[in-house]
Design a protein around this ligand. Structure first.
Ligand code: F6P
Length: 341
């Protein structure tokens, strides 16, 4: 078969490990693999490369995606879906393997349900780790490594200067990065989009720590977290092709309020896109490899409109539709984290 592969939406580490697995398992099955460039823009613009062993040689650990990505939504562009269909037909593509988050996978699901379907399989990938039906998406663990290292480093300078440091991390609708990096990095407060937070409570916790002799605090806040009485803080209300505003600034906002309310030296920093780059963690390389192999095997079995997943250590697959709801943080873990505030 001729199988197309694309990588869409926010990038992360270990995408290349998945691409490499699709190519190597595809060749094992006697298939040709075409790599479409820059997410859904590739099929729309007929922009692809025939993948070879050389294409994927040495890319296992490399961050980013050798195919490029974009936030292109063919369902928001006149004629784009038909153009995509013609291009895929002309290229002889019988199935697409799509690596990405809810936006990319949402397009893949819709394509499977056209009157004349474009057959597609999804591989979950986003540092947000908020894709339903899989314990892990590619990129999350690598982002945790970066965030935890940052929190370890910030502890020493916060302690030396007796300061409060507010660390903003990515996580638009769910606080998985904030929660698990905060747990691993020993944060004194963790704020997530799933729970509106009280600034009074944050300030009281800082004061109580001071009274107990802890002259510094580290606060981790997800970019999508909201203080009581306020909506999410954005950099721009302008939305992307999937209707998302660009979030950012909650960390600085909170640091300013804390300094005003406590009189304590407070700093903030936004880890931002640092969380998306760099060498892939071993765990991410392994699940990405498992996912790439499993995706080709779903194509061979003719099981489309599904997403590969890992559940309790087992690699499986679920209907794409089930994957498209945001997976919130585990309430049990969020409550447990409060023990350490
Ligand atoms: O979708 C994953 C993500 O990293 C979000 O956490 C973040 O809000 C968004 O992408 C940032 O998107 P961009 O890189 O397009 O600014």
């Amino acid at each position: 078969m001729r199988i197309g592969i694309l990588t869409g939406g926010g990038d992360s580490s270990a995408i290349n490990a998945a691409i490499r697995a699709v190519v190597r398992r595809g060749f094992e099955g006697g298939h040709q693999i075409l790599g479409f460039k820059n997410g859904w823009a590739g099929p729309i613009n007929n922009d692809y490369v025939e993948m070879t062993d050389e294409s994927v040689s040495g890319i296992l650990p490399r961050g980013g995606t050798i195919l490029g990505t974009s936030r292109t939504n063919p369902f928001k562009m006149d004629g784009a879906v038909e153009k995509m269909r013609e291009n895929l037909k002309r290229a002889g593509i019988e199935a697409m393997i799509c690596i990405g988050g809810d936006d990319t996978l949402g397009v893949a699901h819709k394509l499977n349900h056209l009157d004349e379907p474009i057959l597609a399989i999804g591989i979950p990938q986003t540092i947000d780790n908020d894709i339903n039906g899989t314990d892990f998406a590619i990129g999350f663990q690598s982002a945790l490594l970066v965030a935890t290292d940052a929190l370890d480093r910030l502890h020493t300078t916060a302690e030396s200067h007796h300061r409060i440091i507010v660390v903003e991390v990515m996580g638009r609708d769910a606080g998985h990065v904030a929660l698990y990096a905060g747990l691993a990095g020993g944060a004194d407060t963790i704020l997530v989009p799933e729970h509106r937070f009280s600034i009074d409570d944050v300030v009281d916790r800082i004061k109580k720590r001071r009274q107990s002799g802890k002259t510094f605090s580290i606060i981790v806040v997800a970019e999508g977290a909201r203080p009581e009485g306020r909506e999410q803080i954005v950099i721009t209300e302008k939305t992307d092709a999937f209707g998302h505003v660009r979030l950012g600034g909650i960390g600085e906002y909170l640091a300013n309020v804390i300094e005003e309310r406590t009189g304590l030296e407070t700093r903030s920093m936004n880890l931002g896109h640092l969380l998306r780059g760099g060498v892939a963690s071993p765990f991410d390389r392994i699940i990405a490899t498992e996912f790439g192999v499993a995706a080709v095997e779903l194509v061979e079995k003719g099981e489309f409109d599904r997403m590969v997943a890992i559940q309790c250590g087992d690699v499986t697959s679920i209907p794409l539709e089930e994957a498209l709801t945001t997976r919130p943080v585990d309430e049990r873990v969020f409550r447990m984290a409060q023990l350490f505030f």
